[in-house]
Design a protein around this ligand. Structure first.
Ligand code: SAH
Length: 344
């Protein structure tokens, strides 16, 4: 295990030679704990409607100029079939917090995907009421992703001005999801204005405290249509503010692996957005073991603009698939088979 002072030491480390040691350790723990397989999870962004005003996210209700879409059940089912045909073990359904996605409608869709494809189903639909979450679990959904974004209570409130709850309520909801039988995933953004080294160290300890099955972390990327993108929320003093950089993100990926050896950790699209040429590979070389290729039909993809300049915006699903496959094999890693559930 890794303790808080060691985490803090690595977070502020800048010497490339010393950081090689962190990358090496994270890669060794990754290999020993979850092996060389890279699991592919097909991501379908099923709706960009959202009732929330999260200060960082470009699809919040305040973004009035954004055209909204909600995919039809057959369109989503077609994406799931495509995921199965590519050999992916999991389909991830993500959206804004959209109450146009009804409890029964989604339960029916989950049942149809499970019956037709047998894929593991991951949901990432925001803070839905417990009755919805329970119904979807009964319908066969396997996993739920809900990042807590920051463990600092004051910063959490500042970036979620309209959420009724506190960060402690979101952590409680994650625990409840686990009781319902879901595998649970969470994570944070790196470099939100106001995020300090101390709070980021606490975030990583929180991953371990929750015993997360999945951990997703990515750099904060400012979106001009949001409060944070317009610079309305103050950064921390310079010596305490975490930068939203690529390097900082790799450190958190590596530290998440050391803190939670058996978690499934994706090399995220936000990372690839900062470094299209090799961000995915560097994430995989420094602790990650999952990639989430985008299967959203191209006509909707640009509208799911949680942040600008998202990697692979125009590529068809089949192009992403071929590109990622090649990158993984070139690294000497294997393509995961089956659902890729968390191993204990
Ligand atoms: N509505 C769902 C899904 C949100 S999108 C939910 O709230 O859980 C998934 C993740 O994208 C968010 O949890 C957040 O961590 C990340 N994200 C949103 N806006 C971002 C931005 N501007 N830069 C980087 N990551 C962002």
């Amino acid at each position: 295990m890794i303790d808080r002072s060691e985490i803090l030491g690595w977070l502020v480390e800048t010497d490339p030679a010393r950081l090689e040691e962190l990358w090496r350790r994270a890669d060794a723990v990754r290999r020993a704990s979850v092996g060389d397989a890279v699991h592919l999870r097909g991501l379908v962004e099923i709706s960009n409607h959202c009732v929330r005003r999260c200060g960082y996210c470009g699809i919040g209700v305040e973004h009035a100029g954004l055209a909204r879409y909600r995919m039809e059940a057959d369109e989503i089912l077609a994406c799931a079939r495509q995921a199965a045909s590519f050999g992916y073990g999991t389909v991830v359904l993500q959206s804004g917090e959209d109450y146009g996605i009804g409890r029964e409608w989604l339960a029916g869709l989950v049942r149809a995907i499970k019956a037709e494809t047998g894929l593991a189903v991951t949901l990432s639909l925001g803070e839905r009421p417990e009755a919805d979450l329970a119904a979807w679990r009964r319908a066969g959904a396997d996993r739920y992703l809900l990042r807590f974004e920051t463990s600092d209570p004051a910063l959490y409130r500042r970036i979620h001005p309209d959420l009724p709850g506190r960060v402690s309520d979101r952590l409680a909801l994650l625990r409840r999801l686990r009781e319902l039988g879901y595998e649970i995933g969470s994570g944070v953004m790196i470099g939100i204005p106001g995020q300090t080294w101390d709070s980021l160290a606490d975030d990583i300890l929180t991953f371990a405290g929750l015993d997360l099955d999945m951990i997703g972390v990515g750099p904060f990327i400012p979106h001009p249509a949001t409060a944070l993108g317009r610079g309305e929320l103050p950064p921390a003093p310079r010596e305490r503010q975490v930068p939203n950089s690529e390097l900082q993100t790799y450190k958190v990926v590596a530290l998440a692996r050391l803190a939670c050896p058996h978690a499934n950790i994706p090399s995220t699209t936000a990372l690839a957005t900062l470094n299209l040429a090799s961000g995915r590979e560097l994430g995989l070389a420094r602790g990650a073991n999952v990639v989430m290729p985008n299967l959203t039909p191209t006509k909707y993809r640009a509208l799911y603009e949680i942040y600008p300049g998202k990697a692979c915006l125009r590529e068809a699903a089949s192009e992403c698939e071929a590109c990622l496959r090649e990158r993984i094999v070139r690294m000497g890693r294997e393509l995961g088979t089956g659902p890729g559930a968390r191993r204990r």
